[in-house]
Design a protein around this ligand. Structure first.
Ligand code: SAM
Length: 269
């Protein structure tokens, strides 16, 4: 593996992999990602271990990533749909580690360098589904690449947009959700991190925290306004799940306040 294999926003995927590696080593883990540690080992020093101020911020970020990983695992399995699209899949290994119903087709879309790094590390791993990677920039025409890879818009799809929208500007985030919507047959589902107008204030605060600079300098804002309202206005039925409730339900209550929520939505016929 070459040195410094990931650049720019692609590195954020490694930060999540490191959190998943730590969680997978716990006896009371909420999921088991046996490949996460392999990604971290293949990119030594690319993301320094948090210290000082960064430790606290790192723990908040880690809890968010842990709870959301488990929630989205459950969401995808409960959806039980034959076609799954992981947008900004990063180093997500759900195609390999979840017990998919027979015949499930999983598409993973992310930037070419991220997927190239991932494929090298996973060269000897076998997915538990039909898995297709689709290198594409999600600010551009990714849906043509997805269709060319075999995606069928007539089949109901479980979409996951995990940890992406904040890295897109308002326009690109809305365009992406619109693309998803027009390619969602009745019965499709989608999940991503819930944002409201209040989120902007939280992000401004986080931007002012030097320890967050590695991530916050890459943030572009994501969807403007309330994302559940956006979904309702575009033919979806959203449900919002506060992170604190999910964490308590998993037996891992959060310490302190955690205002964030996750969202999933169904598309009616
Ligand atoms: N969903 C994965 C997970 O939770 O493990 C990765 C989350 S990581 C925080 C953000 C991901 O978004 C990275 O893999 C990055 O490459 C991807 N990403 C950001 N901007 C992108 C773009 N314009 N096109 C494609 N992928 C993008």
């Amino acid at each position: 593996m070459s040195e410094q294999p990931l650049v720019g926003v692609g590195r954020t995927a490694l930060g999540v992999a490191r959190v998943r590696a730590h969680e997978s080593a716990r006896p009371d883990r909420l999921f088991d990602d046996p490949y996460a540690a392999e990604f971290v080992a293949a990119a030594p020093g690319v993301i320094p271990e948090p210290d000082g101020d960064r430790k606290h911020v790192g723990m908040v970020f880690a809890m968010h990533a842990i709870i959301r990983t488990r929630y989205y695992d459950d969401y995808l399995l409960a959806a039980g749909l034959p076609q799954v699209v992981l947008l900004a899949a990063g180093l997500d290994t759900r195609a390999f580690r979840l017990p998919w119903p027979a015949g499930t087709q999983v598409y993973e879309v992310d930037l070419p360098d991220v997927l190239a790094f991932k494929e090298k590390v996973l060269a000897d791993a076998t997915p538990d589904c039909h898995r297709t990677t689709v290198p594409a920039d999600l600010r551009e025409d990714w849906s043509t690449a997805l269709t060319d890879a075999g995606f069928d818009p007539e089949r109901p799809t479980a979409w996951l947009v995990e940890g992406l929208l904040i890295y897109l500007d308002n326009e690109a985030a809305e365009r992406l959700l619109t693309e998803i919507t027009v390619r969602s047959a009745p019965g499709s589902q989608v999940a991503f991190e819930y944002t409201t107008t209040a989120t902007a204030g939280v992000l401004t605060q986080a931007r002012a925290t030097p320890a967050m600079a590695g991530y916050s300098s890459l943030w572009r804002g994501g969807l403007a306004g309330d994302s559940a309202d956006w979904l309702r206005d575009h033919g979806w039925r959203p449900s919002v799940h506060p992170l604190a409730d999910l964490a308590a339900g998993y037996g891992r209550p959060l310490r302190g306040t955690a205002a964030s929520s996750l969202l999933s939505a169904m598309r009616d016929g």
